[in-house]
Design a protein around this ligand. Sequence first.
Ligand code: PEP
Ligand code: MG
Length: 942
Amino acid sequence: MSENKDRPAKQPEHTAPTERTGKAGATGPTGSTGAAGGAERARAGEKSGAAAKYVYDFTEGNKGMKGLLGGKGANLAEMTNLGLPVPPGFTISTEACKVYLASGSEPATLRREVSAHLAALEETMGKKLGQSDDPLLVSVRSGAKFSMPGMMDTVLNVGLSDDSVDGLAAQAGDERFAWDSYRRLIQMFGTTVLGVDGELFEEALDEAKHGRGAATDVELEAPDLKKLVQSYKKIVSREAGREFPQDPREQMDLAVRSVFESWNTDRAKLYRRQERIPGDLGTAVNIVAMVFGNLGPDSGTGVAFTRDPASGHQGVYGDYLQNAQGEDVVAGIRNTVPLADLESIDKASYDQLLGIMETLENHYLDLCDIEFTIERGKLWMLQTRVGKRTAGAAFRIATQLVDQGLIDEAEALRRVNGAQLAQLMFPRFDDDAKRDLLGRGIAASPGAAVGKAVFDSYTAIKWSRSGEKVILVRRETNPDDLEGMIAAEGILTSRGGKTSHAAVVARGMGKTCVCGAEELEVDTKKRRLSVGSRVVEEGDVISIDGSTGKVYLGEVPVVPSPVVEYFEGRMHAGAEEAGELVGSVHRMMAYADRRRRLRVRANADNTEDALRARRFGAQGIGLCRTEHMFLGERREMVERLILADTDEEREAALGQLLPLQRADFVELLEAMDGVPVTVRLLDPPLHEFLPDITELSVRVALAEARRDHNENDLRLLQAVHKLHEQNPMLGLRGVRLGLVIPGLFAMQVRAIAEAAAERKGAKGDPRAEIMIPLVGTVQELEIVRDEAEQVIADVERATGTRLKLSLGTMIELPRAALTAGQIAEAAEFFSFGTNDLTQTVWGFSRDDVEASFFTAYLEKGIFGVSPFETIDRDGVGALVRDACRAGRATRPDLKLGICGEHGGDPESVHFFHEVGLDYVSCSPFRIPVARLEAGRAAVLGA
Ligand code: PEP
Ligand code: MG
């Protein structure tokens, strides 16, 4: 049970603050208050000598007890207490499961408790489990705190035996029904409890149908089913090495144990890892009196939603299947009818169901989904829960409920999250366009991508260089595919899940990805993929939807997201074409802005990004990376600076750069007039501005062979050799550059100061902040600061302008974080560079590890999400928290921000809110997500 340790754990619905996955938020697996409460109760019971309580009647629970009773059990209890028609039953708690999983046996008192609850159930039902003339049958169903659909076991019809099958037939007046129920029990029990290969039962069923010339099992008659039961029993005895148990209580106990054990099957573990559900929660087991939807045309089973989970609109949504049990609906043997048709089939049940749906919505104040069964005209509720919905519906429903006066703004903010908003911001396939579905896989990284299918990275790179759009199709990807993935519009694999290499890397790049599309046969040698008889050759166009996992043949037209059009100001929220969704997003953003304490800034270093950031709601620039201003034709000037042998040469190079830098800053300060702009002095190692060592060596060698010496190239090569570093990330960069290259930082500071003076002269309101990167000790900062202050004073004198430029530093090295109290003496602000801080705290080179061993780490559950994506609260986060405290102890008005990638990650935004930062800074496109999550953090923390 070690998976998911030390990583954000899934939180209850509506309190989950996140993001990208929409599912994390707390700090560890103990975040489950319900379960923890139960554990305490159980322990307290043990200590005091009183027996711990492990079993709860439905009348004893409520919807707040999901940790202890699982989602299904808690909601069955809630419905029971609302007076809704729930078949009677009881729940064995997750605590019992935990004891079983830890010790290998059920808690000593469990049997006695179950007996007492079973006796009460028998009393209510007026019959005994498996009673021969009129058997009480029960279902044994798993139910964890977080829904894990289809991952764990369920056994229906428990209590049937050779002895009671005739009794059931007599009671139901239907022999076929009784024998069908019995064969289903043996089949389900055989596979889930006794571990028999399910195929064997399917084969026997097929044989029975074949012998009868029947197309479906509904056509099998009682004698056929009787024979089938005999075949099934033989299969069990042969394969499991034991007879199918005839004792009803033994059936029930074994089924309970098997549900406990199903918590730890490989597929359940994998699912939890992917969904970031803690591994130590355990499952509850619900034992419920069986009701039958397959007792004739006046019976049936169905699912219902109180609102449309796709649009959020209220109405009658769902499906109904007459004369059937739940599993028939799933198996799709017969076609369901729309729920509305139930009105003409059974008006009384229909009306009652609609009344219950209204009760549930008004009680849960949210969209609920429901499973129900009608047994001979009597309606039974088998399950309800707050239903899953699409991202768009989440926004619509939240504002609809506000309009209905059912929830307030703060609650509305709890009902949506940044991941959903991010999803709404991706371009998507045109809903109205025709499309040809080829297959589907896992929606691994959202977006809509169209391109020619290519089957190796080399072709992806080659074709994309010649202007083609390509989709890289692989069975699975590995680090060698990286360049091809970069070149492609999207990535499609036939193997692997949400944590596969393709998925992780694509998400990191923000590239569309569908993975694990298993029905697709990918043949990289023949350069084609096939689905059944359909074949896609290399060069054929395909379209992949990373938000739904669907793969289409041919080009599906892509339309921009209306939500982005709105943020860009190209569509007004009230306009007709904007529709309800944009209106909802607009309102939710307003709620978030009203509530949030955190300010949101942008990482931007050019006017275009800065202006977009402002349109998206940025309240300043938190990181302007000046290195981006030294590229293109300016690279040569930097080269000259690096090659300079004399002060004159160096000053000449700096003199050339100064006016260009000044112009950059004037533009930026104008675009961000009235709001802060944090300019970071040069950070990357200088070799990044020089030609590649291999290319240059070849050039020099070729020139030498031609006896055509190029003095400049030779000098460059020497410089490249001199500046070459084994670990440039830890080498001559950041503040270290400022300290060893005379005049470099001074030139940048002068450019900022002169730009600010110029903007002031133009009656602007420039608010530049100067930021020193990669400081490890306060002495480094003091030296740079003294020099900067002199330059600023110079500019103030020369221009006769008073400039209020603040000076601060990035905290991106562990030593800086650990000595933050000292550093704050020389810094007016801190901006946490959590990219470098994560690299240096973990000792991970970001450029290398994400594409190499992170997949293995994710698969092994070492972490559930890359620490470069979501802040590692316990490690990097702890340093951030302590540095904030120490910094503010030295300088109470120290301004605190963060400008690493985590600034736009929903879950991390919650952390930064908690530790009291003033702002987060992120790339322009993530600003709306950060605003929304900052608002959610405020209401969730309130
Ligand atoms: C950081 O380290 O978090 C940061 C913002 O700087 P860069 O990513 O440019 O190194
Ligand atoms: Mg950095």
